[in-house]
Design a protein around this ligand. Structure first.
Ligand code: SF4
Length: 291
């Protein structure tokens, strides 16, 4: 059994591998996901659609953008009475779109693309896919706003981009598509903070130019490891213990949230052997970075 998507990589998949190889195995080899979309993810998807609308049509259209946000959020969470009371709430999203329009009203760029997707070739046997929220152009050259939401702007939030695989991938994408232009990647962040007063903050971070030779080495090393681990796993369907895609207990509580696969991880010794028994509450849905 193989899946053609096993060979389609992006920075999200490689970051999952960094967090925990076993998590990567569940999420990207078996393709298991929770049967529902969690609130943060649903909120982030809706936020992206709203900001994209404002990018294409002008920031003054923030009320229409909010309607897009709201409709998208309600697809995943139809009952407003179950919404959280602080932080990433629909009301805060409404206010944030209005404030964003005002704060950044002097933005003056040409939109070249939104949701731009392509692969970046590293060498003859390695490539990585990227999907950029935006590709824009102004007097600075070609740049991309990468829209992020967070619960707060902690010190690490600013520092994390320096070694980020995503920043390297997106910068390499821009350089390959626009070799004649200076290119840059800007994190366009909005924090929805769990407090009643001033719950919304904005930050834009110019990401440092990555060391692309190092980025290439980082990507190639991870892809080679995953390929090797995958090949070995295919031989382990009858083992009592799966010895590939090691578990990383340090990754179990990222952002103070328990890993989705916690219960499965505690109960399964050879998840490859048990791969046909999808646990209750999960479904199979492979992430396709190329789409
Ligand atoms: S529960 Fe921990 S060890 Fe298991 S997959 Fe998740 S992060 Fe990895």
């Amino acid at each position: 059994m193989t899946d053609e998507l096993w060979e389609v990589y992006d920075s999200t998949k490689l970051s999952d591998y960094d967090r925990c190889p076993r998590l990567y195995f569940y999420r990207h080899i078996l393709g298991w996901v929770r049967g529902y979309t969690n609130w943060n993810l649903a909120f982030g998807i809706a936020w992206h659609e709203a900001i994209e609308y404002m990018t294409l049509n002008g920031y003054q259209h923030h009320e229409e953008a909010f309607q897009i946000f709201y409709d998208k959020l309600r697809e995943a969470y139809p009952d407003p009475s179950r919404d959280p009371e602080k932080g990433k709430t629909a009301q805060n999203a409404h206010d944030a779109l209005e404030q964003y329009a005002k704060l950044y009203e002097s933005d003056n760029y040409e939109v070249l693309h939104t949701e731009a997707s392509s692969s970046v070739k590293i060498d003859d046997s390695h490539k990585i896919y990227a999907r950029l929220d935006t590709i824009l152009k102004d007097s600075r050259g070609v740049f991309s706003f990468d829209r992020k939401t967070t619960g707060r702007f902690a010190p690490w939030w600013y520092d994390q981009w320096s070694m980020s695989l995503q920043v390297g991938t997106y910068t390499a994408f821009l350089m390959s598509k626009y070799p004649e232009n200076p290119v840059s990647l800007i994190i366009d962040g909005t924090a929805f903070i769990g407090r009643k007063v001033d719950p919304i903050e904005f930050r834009r971070v110019n990401t440092p130019r990555p060391n692309l030779a190092q980025w290439k080495a980082d990507v190639v090393q991870r892809i080679d490891e995953i390929r090797e681990q995958t090949d070995e796993t295919l031989l382990q369907h009858q083992n009592s213990i799966m010895t590939t895609f090691r578990r990383n207990p340090s990754g179990c509580f990222k952002y103070n949230t328990k890993c989705t696969f916690w219960d499965i991880c505690l109960s399964q010794n050879n998840p490859w052997g048990d791969r046909n028994y999808i646990p209750t509450g999960f479904k199979k849905k492979q992430w396709n970075p190329a789409k």
